[in-house]
Structures are given as C-alpha cells and as structure tokens.
Design a protein around this ligand. Structure first.
Ligand code: B12
Length: 456
C-alpha cells in the first residue's frame, strides 16, 4: 500500500521578501522519507521563481543571480488592518493564485496534503493555500507542520483550517499519522538522533535545483535569549562530515549543483568536528562548489588557517551573527561573542583574501529596551573592524527567554497576533528607538559603499 502525498510550500505574505537561498528544506526532508516509505510524492512550490505558467503570463521574470539567490514573483495585496501603521506596501510573494489552482487541479488523486510553514508572521500565505486546497480537494486531509505551526501551535490549530497540526520535528510524527489514519505500514523508520539515517531531501521535486541547502547539524550549544533553536532541538546533533561530503557530491554529480547554502545554527562550532574535515574532503574529491551562509555564523572559531580554508574552498557568502558591540548586552543575551573576537576574525579573513563586502555582520536591532545609540555604536564598531554591518530587525519568538520582555515592552498584542512578529514591523520599538531612528540608520547603511569602500 502507498499513498499519493502532495507537499506544498506556501506563499510568503510580507512587506519584503528576497530569496536568500530559501528552500522548504524541512518539507523536502519529509518528502525523501515518505518516498523511502514507498509513497508517491509530488510538490507544489508556491515560491518557484521559474514557474513556466508564470513566466508565460508575466512581462518580467524575477531577476536571479548565478549563485542561486534572487527575486520572487510578487503581487501587491491589501495590507492586514493591524499592520496599517507601517507605510509600506504588502505583497504576496510567489506564483499567482490562479496558477496555484491550475497546479492543484493536476493533483486530484492526492490522498493527503502536507503543508509547511516558516516565519510565524507568514501564516496568511499558509491559510490561503489551505483554504484553496479545501475548496479544490474536499475531503483530502491536510497536515500542517513547520516553524509557525510549532511556535504558534494554538493559533495554527484554531485558525489554519488544517485537519492536523504537527509541532516540532516531523519525521516520526508524519509516519505515525499515516499509520494511524491510513493504516500505512512504516517501512523505513529513521533514527531522529542520527541525522545521517535520514534520506536526502527530495529536491528533485522542484522545478529547478539552482542551489541546495545543507544541514550538517541541528541545534546549537549556545542559549541566546532571542533565539528559538533550543526549543526545537534539545541537543546539538551533528552528522558525520564524510556523509555530508557524500551528499554534496550526490547533488553535484547527479544534478550539476554548484551552490550550497548551510542552514545550520552552529556550523563552525568545534571546527575539527565538521567544517575542517568536510572542506578538506570536498577538496580531495575535486568537487567544485560555492558555499553560502545566509544564517549567521559564530565568530569565535575563525582563525588564520580556517579563514584560508574557507576562502580556498569557495565560501562566497560569509555572514556572522554578532548582534551588538555592547559588552553588557553580549553577556546578558548568551555570551556567544565579544568585540575582540570579531576584530580578530575580520583580520584573519581579510588576510585570507576576503573583501569588506564579503564579510556581512548581522546586528540585532529593535530588541526590547534597546537604544538607538546601541545600534549606532555597533554599526561603527563593525565598520572599524573592516566588515559590512547588516541590520537584522528583531522578530520576537514565542517561548524564547526574551519573549516575556517583548510582551511587556511592545504596545502591540504580539501574544495573540503573530503578524506583529514581522521583523519589518519592529514591534518593540520605543521612545529610545523609534521607527524614524531605525530609518536613519538604514539610510546611513545605504551610503556605506562610499563611506567604507564597500562595493554594491
Ligand atoms: C535557514 C533559515 C532562514 C533563511 C530562510 C529559510 C526559509 N526557508 O525560509 C534566511 C537566512 C533567509 C532566514 C531569514 C530570517 N530568519 Co530564519 N531561520 C532559518 C533556520 C536557521 C533554518 C530553517 C530550516 O530550514 N530548518 C531545517 C528544517 C529541517 O527544519 P524545519 O523547517 O523546522 O522542518 C522540520 C519541522 O518543522 C517539521 N516540518 C516542516 N514542515 C512540515 C510540514 C508537515 C506537514 C509536517 C508534519 C512537519 C513539518 O519537520 C521538519 C523535519 O523535522 C531557522 C532556525 C532553525 N534552526 O530551524 C531560522 C528561523 C526560522 N528564522 C528566524 C528568524 C528570526 C529570521 C529573520 C527574522 C532574522 C532577521 N532578524 O533578519 C529573517 C526573516 C526573513 C524574512 N524575510 O522575514 C526564526 C523564526 C522567526 C519567526 N518569528 O518565525 C528562526 C526559528 C530562528 C531563530 N532565531 O529562532 N532564516
């Protein structure tokens, strides 16, 4: 027995969205697993920038870059009432709803639909696809999982329209659901703690594999108060670097993939356990890759030999999660980095061949109680170090240590309305850090190319 399983990656509804190596990795992992359990898998990716129907009907194809990032299709839509205060247009990113309906019409034989979710404040796109599925495939069970479903479980259960909402890791739970509700045998049951026991994500279901995200680990040894990593993964689980090299080789040899993005929360921690042997092995096998780290890296591990290895191995996009240059805040938020460590890391990376614009340093802005001067001083410090400051606007996450403070500080009802978690909305802004202050800093960052020799 086997089932026809349809996987759906919903639209993004937001003020802004850019494809920074963004793929529905969790959903495609489940696809790989269900295929290993002999189910028939297919996928509709609402974010597909290469959708042929869209390309036929649009006068402009989204601009894409050689490294596997770029723009999505988008349509301006009405802004939700609660976000009216922000004078920016609000969009649906991805294919048009009629194109989605057409795609769905080819899947009338689906037995079950799996919908994923990412940012908590992207839920309107999730609800919209579920509404259309319910309309076009009445009676077919819809299972919702992913980050929004896990972090806002009650909200999703009450409002999404899904038949089942799954919280947390999906591997065991999806097999169990199919067993309980469809009497499906479990043929291949992976060990969730052994990441190498999972079948590769089913990227072959996508229209075009322009890049592949890789996970070498789950979780993080740090416990930063704004981050939810430890809520999902109690332990820090790592793969065997040789198995990661096998996976990279698989995508390169079978599908010609050159660009890989790491989705790890702690890729560089204990370099001898992962990044060093992995990159050495990639080199030994003569694989030709470009690596990108849209999710911030830890600064502490960077020394001269690692910098050279990263540069020689084709690490093109380096992003650090530095967050702030204020020592007190660094200590209070989790102690993952200190100023001297950033200075030293940038020095080594530059000696290895990186330029200022290659080294992006994320700075959290808009955290509860944060002052404008903190962000300005942090920007200045990153510039002094010779790197490129990048603002990471704070999105409050339910269940994190900072969450109660965010609730207390924010004038908005962030507990009941996840739309307020939108990072562009800066829901914890205050008299010491207003939207105007934020806009001034943002405008200054735009002039940086001239100020700091950063080429755009
Ligand atoms: C990669 C990543 C990104 C990528 C994009 C990823 C994407 N596809 O959208 C980039 C770098 C662009 C990004 C950006 C941001 N991110 Co981010 N990101 C991540 C990260 C590290 C990995 C996500 C991932 O793919 N995980 C791996 C897969 C395997 O796990 P998974 O998706 O959870 O899937 C599993 C389960 O959820 C479940 N599942 C998934 N789907 C389904 C479906 C069904 C039916 C079932 C049963 C189960 C199921 O099963 C899967 C396998 O176990 C997470 C943290 C993390 N460690 O997960 C943060 C995370 C999602 N991001 C977060 C944040 C804060 C941001 C930013 C706001 C940061 C900033 N201030 O700039 C921006 C926002 C961007 C925007 N435009 O709004 C927060 C969430 C915030 C929120 N309110 O929702 C997270 C949780 C990190 C954190 N700090 O706590 N991010």
């Amino acid at each position: 027995m086997s089932k026809n399983v349809l996987l759906i990656n919903p639209w993004i509804y937001d003020f802004a969205a850019y494809d920074f190596w963004l793929k529905p990795l969790g959903l495609l992992y489940l696809g790989g697993l269900l295929r290993a359990n002999h189910h028939h898998i297919s996928c509709i990716d609402c974010l597909d920038p290469y959708n042929s129907l869209m390309l036929q009907k649009s006068d402009k194809a989204p601009k894409r870059h050689a490294y596997g990032h770029g723009r999505f299709f988008r349509q301006v839509i009405e802004k939700p009432a609660c976000l009216q205060a922000l004078p920016r247009s609000y969009c649906r990113y991805g294919i048009d709803p009629d194109v989605f309906r057409t795609a769905l019409s080819f899947h009338q034989d689906a037995d079950v639909v799996l919908v994923t979710s990412m940012m908590t404040y992207w839920y309107p796109g999730v609800f919209e696809v579920i509404k259309i599925i319910k309309e076009m495939l009445p009676g077919v069970p819809v299972i919702l999982g992913g980050k929004y479903a896990s972090l806002c479980y009650d909200h999703a259960s009450a409002n999404s329209g899904a038949d089942f909402v799954v919280c947390g890791r999906g591997e065991k739970q999806i097999l169990k659901l199919l067993q309980e509700h469809f009497a499906e045998d479990i043929i291949f049951d992976p060990d969730e703690d052994d990441l190498d026991s999972l079948p590769y994500p089913a990227f072959d279901l996508l229209n075009r594999i322009d890049q592949v995200p890789i996970i070498t680990s789950l979780g993080c040894p740090y416990r930063c108060n704004y981050c939810s990593s430890h809520l999902f993964y109690k332990d820090y689980l790592r793969r065997d670097p040789m198995k990661v090299a096998d996976e990279i080789e698989h995508w390169q040899h079978k599908f010609g993939v050159a660009d890989f993005s790491f989705y790890d929360d702690a890729l560089l921690v204990w370099p001898e356990g992962m990044i060093v042997p992995l990159l050495q092995e990639v080199k030994r096998r003569n694989l030709s890759c470009r690596f990108h780290c849209p999710n911030g890296l830890h600064v502490r591990e960077i020394d001269a030999p690692l910098s050279r290895l990263l540069f020689e191995s084709g690490f093109k996009t380096i992003r650090f999660g530095f967050e702030t240059a204020d020592f007190q805040t660094q200590r209070e938020t989790g102690g993952k980095v200190q100023n001297e460590e950033l200075k030293r890391a940038v020095f080594h990376l530059k000696n290895a061949g990186y330029k200022t614009e290659d080294i992006g340093v994320y700075l959290l802005c808009g955290t509860p109680g944060q002052k404008e001067t903190d962000v300005i001083q942090s920007v200045d410090f990153v510039l002094q170090c010779g790197a490129r400051p990048m603002l990471a606007e704070y999105s409050p996450i339910p269940g994190t240590k900072m969450w109660p403070e965010a609730i207390a500080t924010s004038p908005f009802d962030i507990q009941h309305e996840p739309l307020y978690h939108n990072n562009s909305f800066l829901c914890c802004r205050n008299d010491d850090f207003s939207y105007q202050a934020y806009s001034r800093i943002k405008a200054r960052l735009k002039t940086l190319p001239k100020e700091a020799g950063i080429s755009e």
